[in-house]
Design a protein around this ligand. Sequence first.
Ligand code: CTP
Length: 428
Amino acid sequence: AIAKQAEVRGWQLYLVGGAVRDLLLSGTNNSKQAQSSLPDIDLVVDGFHQTADQAAGVELARSLQQTYPDARLQVHGRFQTAALTWHNHPEFDSLWVDIATARTEFYPYPAANPEVEASSIRQDLYRRDFTINALAIRLTPPRVGEMLDFFGGLLDLKAKQIRVLHANSFIEDPTRIFRAVRFAVRLGFAIDPQTEGYIHHAIASGVYHRIQLEMEKTPALQTRLKQELKYILEAPYWKSAVRLLSDLGAMCCIHSNLHLDDRLWWQLRLVDRWLRRFDTNHTLEQWLVLLEVLLAQLATPDRVKVAENLQLPADSIERLRSLDQIQANLMANLPACFRPSQIYQHLHPYNLPTLTLLAVLMPRHTRRQIWHYLTHLTTVKPPIDGNDLKAMGYKPGKQYKPMLEALLNATLDGEIHDRSQAEAFLQA
Ligand code: CTP
């Protein structure tokens, strides 16, 4: 339907980006790495809108929405792009179609938002990250289905290579380093040696350092960096990706003082194991806890600043801010705790992400106490609850709380095991 809409206006429409790459990979031995679910669809329309002040892509999206009123339309005016999304659709669950107007991006200074002007498909593809992402399939006549490969993307797909289109790619957009790593690990590709050289050059040029100093001025870059960190840290292949990032010297893109040493590597894997052990229902954003472990290596003001710039959730920022304080507090108290109820009282105020983070940052003895708390102490229930107290004739009210607390402590410390002992405990 959308190709027809483009055709009647005399415009050319193309399928571009990840959908083309994954389509081609799904026909090769790489199919296991290609996405099995419906991919996001990126379309580019090449055509001038003569009369109205809206871009061709926006007009196409609007007319498509008239045909499919259940789609939600978002327009990003400045970049002449529009997105149509369907959620919980009976046929395809969810679908995201992005329609851009063919454009070149002119970077006024490194890592700034691209200025946009209407241009041809070749230039649109030239602004993209890697050759394997710069392939297009024409969707409009006369040559429907034609593959456009201006930069050798097909050869690189065959050779399993991640290659940039030009030497400045990483200077223009440093998040592409993370993308290079993500695609390399996800697809089992190698980063082409010259491209790797460009990565080293970009890092050596200090572009990331400059970006860190100007973080507030580059919110779009921060959003992209956070997105790429999320993709990497939530992927099943996160360990290989983090190692590769470190080998490339790219951890400094998060913060110049961040390095993956043996201890941090151990901490990351331990957190991963703890979360898999304790967050069995996957209610936590596990990638975020891994990121917090990375940031926890930095001095508190630095870690908070990076977390704020990346716009992490408020509770993550708060955790990173208060971590030192909590650690000092526990170090002062936990070593002297021998009764389970004491350990319980000290650890009870903290949630699973905080406890996991504390566990990997603190000495072995404390880690064991936290482990014991999570595996045993949190499962202990007194033999009597509030309903029982009511049935026993205690008048409901404020006094229930200390009574139940005392019961829990006595149960934790093994002083009561059953209901009759609990009743005797209450009478005493
Ligand atoms: N792109 C880019 N530089 C970036 C981000 C994106 O050049 N920093 C381009 C790439 O050509 C990419 C397209 O925008 O193919 C769409 O981006 P995205 O959806 O993030 O990537 P996909 O290739 O679709 O990857 P995925 O399969 O992981 O969604």
